[in-house]
Design a protein around this ligand. Structure first.
Ligand code: MG
Length: 174
């Protein structure tokens, strides 16, 4: 029988004018500002990476991709998330699903929701139907409401790949 484990992730990035806004691996060309970060500042992919690492018991993104490492300066966060998905599989787990809540006054994700979903599914190697993206404003309250930063919450489930696909009635299997 497969073991299911869940992990949570949370990330915040400060907004900065003149930076490119990348969310969930998708560029928002018309956003009035981007997100400051050592990498491309993709707050959505960072939250997902932490959720997957947490589910597999592998620590957090800061341990594996320190912001002092020049290899990740300006990095495409899809590269980070792809590496995390590989680490999760190497640890014997298969990602099951990912659910995300982005906290932002803007941009509205609207028509890019499906593109984000596709990018996250492709990067993690799971079916797009197992990726869900939600967004909410902060009703003008706090740092998100003042447009000083964006925050993202993510949760991910993984299953123990070593046992997946084995019939539960299979005799002689531990
Ligand atoms: Mg981050």
């Amino acid at each position: 029988m497969a073991e299911i484990r869940v992990g949570m992730g949370y990330d915040v990035h400060r907004t900065e004018a003149g930076r490119r806004m990348v969310l969930g691996g998708v560029v928002f060309e018309d956003a009035p500002y981007g997100l400051l970060g050592h990498s491309d500042g993709d707050v959505v992919l960072h939250a997902i990476a932490d959720a997957l690492l947490g589910a597999a018991g592998l620590g957090d993104i800061g341990q594996h991709f320190p912001d002092t490492d020049p290899r990740y300066a300006g990095a495409d966060s899809r590269k980070i998330l792809r590496t995390v998905a590989d680490m999760v599989r190497q640890a014997g787990y298969e990602p099951v699903n990912i659910d995300v809540t982005l906290l932002a006054e803007e941009p509205r994700i609207g028509c890019r929701r499906e593109a984000m979903r596709a990018a996250i599914a492709d990067t993690t190697g799971i079916d797009p139907a197992r990726v869900n993206i939600k967004a909410t404003t902060s009703e003008g309250l706090g740092f998100v409401g003042r447009r000083e930063g964006l925050a993202c919450l993510a949760i991910a489930a993984v299953k123990n790949a070593l046992f997946s696909g084995c019939p539960s009635s299979s005799p002689g299997r531990a």
